[in-house]
Write a protein that binds this ligand. Structure first.
Ligand code: PRX
Length: 648
């Protein structure tokens, strides 16, 4: 980390907010003034102004059972109503989504269309006996049905658990079992770079590992053959087309559960992060308006997947509640070629574009000729999320996509935080390439030392949040102890984010990556323990150690070190079997980029694997003192093997 801190200290470029944005920005200095004066009054103002309530809340925050905080707990509302119904009278014909399919098909979906499609699915779910509080797994590609499914759940008070379509059957089964989901909504397949991801086949395989599921709803998208089980499996259109296009929204309490979203932690078992209704909607609508500075006629594009929190907050709930017109794209950024995203920007005259640093690094590698082939002058604001953005990638984005005139917002947040926490505000903040700048109004984020004392300017430490905020997670599904242990026990009364951070001399925040055993692969969290346990589950593997090593495109790449059970030969074939095995267990995103087979792993005398040393070896750094190792000879063997494995 110290090396990174030194590099960052050299960054002294600043960019003032574009004057065109300053003049008419949604978020102004007054927001900070109010939040600093009275944080709870600030949040109450946001909640009352942005949400249409059935019953307005009188109480803002109940902290009597901390860290099980409750926000607006006597309020009543429905999120689908807030995202759809309330817009219909004046804006039913407004486009909610310009949807682009990967093969080139497209749909223009108005708020009225979306309302009707959501109501019909809501009625279809009711026909399958789905009731308030039931959990529904959603395992779909980026077609309109993924948004419709989430909103249909919200409408009838069911809890959605979206599982990213890139996860394997086993990963899906784990999540179904943990949430005890009773319905899965899936598709025959999803398009990915011209290939079909066999979603329904994966669901069938996952159902061999769970007995919770009563019904499977199958969207027809890729038209590949699938097996349908009578009485359990329903074609989406057969279930939904016949339904009424109206469905009374369920009146929800502010603290009823809205969704569960699984994310990796430091153990092999993913955590089901729980979000509730009103605080979450307050957080996502406030930040969507303030950070992206979205105006009535803007075309906004969050190029994420609804399988991750970014899609939940900034494709579905934030933009729709704010009556925004969005672009939604189904496929890969290089399908059919590397110009695809830029042709979409030109086609719809996109004004606001939000993506991940890993995507930007891929654009850099593909070359400037691709964005240059299209007219990108409609763009006014660019955003990034998911991992630290290196200043070089920030500058490339600024110059080649932003034409040196767009505001850039580097937004730090997490599945757990629900909405953006640390970010520049486009009409207020002077930005520095690579810095997420500072906390949103009403967010008490700080950098602290090991003892929880705030560090001084120019110093580094851990990122923490000193006070609760409305869109925070409420618990880990079914595991209150894990909620407390993970987030609330490192520091007394403060939320521990698991990220390293530092203040520069001006007090700007610089995020430095995870400080726990969580890797960040292309902006997606994967725990080292999850990959290790997948490897050890293979019959040939005795022991495995996994680390994230620096990678030019994906930020980090998974590097595994494995010892074998006697009798197995560590050849190329076994290595590729093991890589595939991890992909089957978790999903292609967790496939190790390199696997080194070794006779032994470097361990301390007490038997603890020295991951830091493995990281140094993988990144070809000069090694420090290795005399504390029980088996120092292993180091040179690993250095040789690791450099041989780098081109995997
Ligand atoms: O390490 C931080 C990194 O992503 C983690 C959260 O991952 P996830 O819950 O999957 O949510 C990603 C999308 C919100 C954080 O703990 N991270 C996210 N945004 C940034 C970031 N690191 C640095 N800079 C960011 N802007």
């Amino acid at each position: 980390m110290s090396e990174k801190i030194e590099n960052l200290l050299g960054e002294d470029r600043t960019f003032d907010p574009p004057s065109s944005i300053v003049e008419n920005a949604n978020a102004t200095q007054e927001w900070f003034d109010l939040a600093n004066e009275d944080r709870l009054a600030y949040w109450q103002k946001q909640a009352l102004e942005r949400i249409t309530w059935y019953k307005e809340p009188k109480e803002i925050l109940d902290d009597s059972d901390a860290p099980f905080y409750k926000w607006f707990k006597d309020g009543e509302l429905n999120l689908a109503y807030n995202c759809l119904d309330r817009h219909l009278e004046t804006d039913g014909d407004r486009i909610a989504f310009y949807w682009e399919g990967e093969p080139g098909d497209s749909q223009e979906i108005t708020y009225k269309d979306l309302y009707e499609r959501v109501c019909k699915l809501s009625n279809g779910l009711k026909e399958l006996d789905v009731k308030k509080g039931d959990r529904i797994a959603i395992y779909l590609g980026m077609t309109p049905e993924i948004v419709i499914s989430m909103l249909a759940c919200a409408r009838i008070g069911a809890v959605h658990s979206v599982v990213f379509g890139g996860f394997s059957a086993e990963a899906l089964a784990d999540r179904i079992n943990d949430a005890e989901a009773k319905v899965v909504i899936t598709a025959d397949g999803a398009w990915r770079r011209g290939d079909i991801v066999p979603l329904k086949q994966n669901v069938d395989d996952s159902l061999k590992l769970t007995d919770h599921i009563e019904s499977v709803i199958v969207v027809k998208r890729t038209e590949n053959d699938v097996t349908m089980v009578d009485g359990r499996d329903y074609w989406y259109s057969e279930l939904v087309d016949k339904q009424e296009a109206d469905c009374e929204p369920e009146v929800m309490n502010a603290e009823d559960m809205l969704y569960i979203l699984y994310t990796s932690g430091t153990t092999a078992k993913p955590k089901g992060i729980v979000h509730t209704q009103a605080g979450y909607l307050t957080g996502v609508t406030t930040t969507h308006s303030a950070v992206f500075d979205v105006k009535e006629d803007d075309i906004y594009w969050c190029a994420a997947d609804c399988g991750w929190v970014t899609g939940h907050s900034y494709i579905v709930y934030g933009p729709l509640a704010n009556k925004t017109t969005s672009v939604m794209y189904e496929g890969a950024p290089n399908a059919p070629d590397e110009k695809r995203l830029w042709s979409i920007v030109e086609k719809y005259k996109v004004n606001i574009f939000y993506t991940a640093p890993t995507a930007i690094r891929a654009f850099m590698k593909w070359g400037v000729e691709h964005p240059q082939a299209h007219d990108l002058t409609s763009l006014r604001l660019l955003g990034t999320v998911g991992e630290p953005i290196n200043p070089e990638a920030w500058m490339w984005y600024h110059e080649n996509i932003g034409n040196e005139s767009c505001a850039i917002v580097d937004t730090w947040w997490q599945t757990e935080t629900g909405s953006i926490m640390i970010t520049p505000l486009p009409g207020i903040t002077s930005t520095k390439p690579g810095s997420a700048c500072g906390p949103m109004p009403g967010i008490d984020a700080v950098v602290v030392d090991e003892n929880g004392i705030e560090v001084s300017k120019g110093e580094g430490g851990y990122l923490a949040v000193k006070s609760p905020w409305p869109s925070m997670l409420r618990t880990v599904f079914g595991d209150e102890k894990r909620y407390i242990d993970t987030y609330w026990s490192k520091y007394d009364g403060m939320y521990f984010a698991g990220d390293g951070a530092k203040y520069d001399d001006d007090g700007y925040f610089w995020l430095l990556g995870r400080v726990d055993d969580v890797m960040n692969i292309s902006g997606h969290r994967i725990s080292t323990a999850e990959v290790e346990s997948a490897l050890v589950a293979h019959e040939s593997v005795a022991e495995a150690a996994v680390i994230g090593r620096a990678d030019e495109i994906s930020g980090e790449a998974i590097a595994a070190f494995v010892t074998l059970i006697g009798g197995y030969e560590g050849n190329e074939e076994l290595i590729s079997t093991l890589r595939q095995h991890v992909s089957d267990k978790i999903g292609p995103i967790a496939k190790p980029k390199s696997i080194v087979i070794t006779n032994d792993l470097p361990k301390t005398r007490s038997g603890k694997i020295m991951r830091r040393l493995l990281k140094d070896i993988s990144e070809e750094r000069k090694l420090g003192d290795v005399t504390t190792l029980a088996n120092a000879d292993i180091v040179s063997e690993l250095q040789t093997r690791s450099s041989e494995s780098r081109d995997e």
